[in-house]
Design a protein. Structure first.
Length: 174
């Protein structure tokens, strides 16, 4: 069962690599200043936003793949974590709510990945509006579960670390 630790690590590695691959593309609309030459960024302000860069082929295919594969891995992580806490006799509404929020996050990621911002803007933004807050709530609920289940100083340190990371995630979300 210890090999499952590779799942969150591979989710991060896969997502970060895929996002950077999609963000730096050459398929954006041409820059009028360069007489028809391609732009290297996908926004008006020349900031490579993943949602905008993932609109154009072939990057749109990779963007959908990242969203769907990431959503699957998030759902799998949520189910495994839920089961892990059940094995530790933590039958609580917080654990169940965390599972629901994690799966809601995964559903939002599927919507974001499959409906590109230039073609279905409202659906894309609804998916993002569901995915990001649900993911943040999932993290916050696991902070609570970490504090309640801390039995050793290492467990308490992990709870503090999760809390710090949750605050950083909240600040970046806002």
């Amino acid at each position: 069962m210890t090999a499952w630790i590779l799942l969150p690590v591979s989710l991060s590695a896969f997502s970060i690599t895929g996002i950077w691959t999609v963000s730096y593309n050459e398929s954006c609309s041409p820059d009028p200043a360069q007489q028809g030459g391609p732009k290297t960024c996908c926004t008006l302000d020349d900031v490579p936003l993943i949602s905008k860069c993932g609109t154009y082929p072939p990057e749109s295919c990779l963007f959908s793949l990242i969203g769907n594969m990431g959503a699957f891995m998030v759902a799998l992580i949520c189910v495994l974590r839920y089961g892990q806490l059940l094995e530790q006799s933590r039958h609580s509404w917080v654990n169940t709510t965390a599972l629901i929020m994690g799966c809601t996050n995964a559903a939002g990621l599927v919507v974001v990945g499959n409906f590109q911002v230039d073609h279905a803007k409202s659906l894309h933004y609804v998916g993002a509006g569901v995915a990001f807050p649900a993911g943040l709530l999932f993290v916050c609920l696991h902070c609570v579960l970490s504090y309640h289940g801390a039995t050793t100083p290492v467990d308490l340190a992990v709870a503090y670390l999760r809390s710090v990371l949750a605050v950083i995630a909240f600040v970046t979300l806002v």
